[in-house]
Design a protein around this ligand. Structure first.
Ligand code: N01
Length: 547
């Protein structure tokens, strides 16, 4: 694909995705006077909240914190109905933002970017869509989210099955009526654990196929109270600033002492208090739960004991109690009555840890040598996370190098923002940044500001392109891995490690050094004249300017 092949329009920036990253990018770049095109494969805004409409879907970061901070009026005016919001409320918020800042008209919906090639002679990206449009852009930004390529396992005979199939990450827009149906749910990650209690309320019978049990904590979700809302709104500036320098981009109290520094009674008391409060703050019960295996085991065992207390059938409770990896090293799940659901008469749990689902049949599936019949099958089987969506676009940088080829042994980025040999291409919350190990909204805002500030810097300095040095990238990749290797995270077969996708390189993809630490590193890099980035000052090429 070359520019002579007929690029129709020219813009400063092409943005892929109209989720929370793409919306804020569009708003900010417009305000700075850059011309933009935004392509979104969905029919409307919202990204992950547009696609993940399964029953029970909600966010497990508190809404007062899982929201934009860039506009004071917006954060003062918006009202969240619950402490942890349900998917429809978060999607309504995304739509409100799109309308409030008049963003919708700047987005091409139902349009997928299929390729983006960097042209070395012009210093521009040629971007191609599935609607055969070609756009030439100075900057190319992948704002496509970290968990947006749904994964249906390659089970023999999948196409033979004649019932309905659904994936939690690609749920129909119209209400699905499971009334009177026998349904299967395959997968017990965050999505399955949220969906199963709601599905069990509705369906005649639910059979859950569990490959690996997950640690899940109660959300203890409650309706928003005016006192709580006001406590945030009266203090938003201060609290948002605090969030930006925390470990996970949200305010959760960390008990800054090691688990073994207190006696057993005190440990149990701390765990009980945190369990009762609800949410992921449980993992902050002590400061070494994710670095010390013995400390971790005390927190894990407390959760297993809760499961044994909730689930009436002891053999089911034991199957649900995770034992093969430390708590928190697979994404912690937050639920509304998940374990309680197994006390219902209309649910069965099938352990498939000993071997995969053997095959699908026209009426159901075969597992552990037994045949099951279902009216519908729900795949809650996760995503090709962090890299899958980047690889779905044929991205080629200098020397026609494909991103997929460069990253064959794992993602290689500087700060999770850029990759060497791909000039002027940015990723929002890319691999190697805190991304999925943080409150995504905090990290998205930081990346959007970094990227747009960099583009403004280039405009002011008359630079044509920006790209990390190979050395800076190598050092960062090593730092990301070293940081992960000092924790317990590599011990779990998680999607953080790429372990859920057959053949995917096994390495820890997000940066676990902490949101605050990462932000300070970025600030220092900018203060040191964008240390580690090379700028092409070739004035023969068009310097950055609004077109
Ligand atoms: O996906 P997952 P998810 N046969 O990969 C199983 C975010 N999120 O959609 O553990 C049988 O976690 C797989 O088994 P195993 C959040 O970051 C957030 O649930 O690989 N089973 C696992 O049980 C989350 O982590 C929110 O052995 C198969 C499940 O399917 C991320 O999205 C809500 C299988 C997949 O779990 C992804 O969550 C929802 C197979 N062939 C999601 N293949 C909130 O904010 C996979 N599995 C609350």
């Amino acid at each position: 694909m070359s520019e002579q092949d007929g690029a129709a329009s020219k813009v400063d920036v092409v943005i892929v995705g109209a989720g929370f990253s793409g919306l804020y990018l569009l708003h900010r770049l417009r305000g700075l006077g850059f011309s933009t095109r935004v392509f979104e494969r969905g029919g409307d805004v919202g990204g992950t909240w547009y696609w993940n409409r399964y029953p029970g879907a909600r966010c497990d970061v508190e809404s007062m914190q899982y929201s934009y901070s860039f506009d004071e009026d917006l954060q003062q005016e918006w009202h969240w109905p619950e402490k942890f919001s349900a998917q429809p409320d978060i999607l309504a918020y995304a739509n409100h933002v799109a309308d409030r800042f008049d963003l919708r008209g700047g987005i091409d919906f139902d349009t997928e970017v299929s390729a983006a090639h960097f042209n070395e002679s012009t210093g521009r990206w040629l971007v191609e869509t599935n609607k055969d449009e070609r756009v030439s852009a100075r900057f190319f930004i992948m704002a496509t989210g970290c968990i947006s390529t749904a994964q249906v396992p390659d089970i023999e005979g999948l196409s033979d099955y004649r019932g309905n199939t659904y994936h939690t990450g690609n749920w129909p827009h119209e209400k699905v009526d499971f009334g009177g149906q026998r349904i299967a749910v395959i997968g017990t990650g965050s999505s399955g654990i949220q969906a199963i209690p709601v599905l069990a309320e509705e369906a005649a019978h639910v059979t859950v196929f569990q490959r690996t049990p997950n640690y899940s904590l109660p959300s203890q979700n409650v309706p928003m109270t005016s006192e709580y809302e006001e406590s945030w709104k009266n203090d938003y500036q201060v609290r948002r600033d605090e969030m930006r320098y925390t470990a996970h981009g949200s305010i959760k109290e960390l008990n800054d002492e090691p688990a073994m520094a207190v006696n057993e009674d005190r440990r149990q008391q701390v765990y009980q208090e945190r369990w009762d409060i609800g949410g992921a703050g449980y993992l902050g019960s002590f400061n070494n739960l994710l670095t010390d295996a013995d400390a971790n085991e005390t927190a894990a065992e407390f959760v297993r004991e809760q499961i044994r207390g909730i689930v009436k059938k002891p053999e089911v409770a034991e199957l649900l109690a995770a034992k093969t990896y430390p708590i928190g090293t697979k994404r912690i799940c937050i639920d509304c009555g998940y374990f309680e659901t197994y006390n219902r008469d209309n649910i069965d749990l099938v352990d498939i840890s000993g071997g995969p689902i053997e095959r699908m049949t026209p009426t159901g599936l075969v597992a552990n040598g037994k045949e099951y019949e279902f009216d519908s099958i729900v795949f809650a089987t996760g995503f090709d996370a962090m890299t899958g969506t980047l690889f779905n676009v044929d991205i080629r940088g200098r020397g026609d190098q494909a991103l997929k080829e460069k990253w064959y042994a794992g993602p290689r980025t500087y700060l999770g923002l850029m990759s060497e040999a791909f000039p002027n291409m940015f990723m929002i919350t890319g691999p190697g940044s805190p991304s999925v190990k943080s409150n995504m909204l905090t990290s998205i805002e930081q990346h959007v500001v970094f990227v747009t500030d960099s583009i403004v810097h280039m405009r002011e300095q008359g630079f044509a392109s920006m790209e990390p040095s190979r050395e800076a990238e190598d050092d960062w990749v090593e730092h990301v891995q070293d940081t992960a290797n000092r924790t317990l995270f590599p011990r779990a077969n998680s999607w953080y490690m790429g372990a859920n996708i057959p053949g995917k390189p096994r390495l820890f993809m997000p940066y676990i050094g902490g949101v605050g630490r990462y932000r300070k590193i970025c600030e220092e890099i900018v203060a040191e004249d964008y240390k580690g980035f090379n700028f092409d000052a070739d004035k023969a090429r068009t310097p950055v300017a609004a077109e």
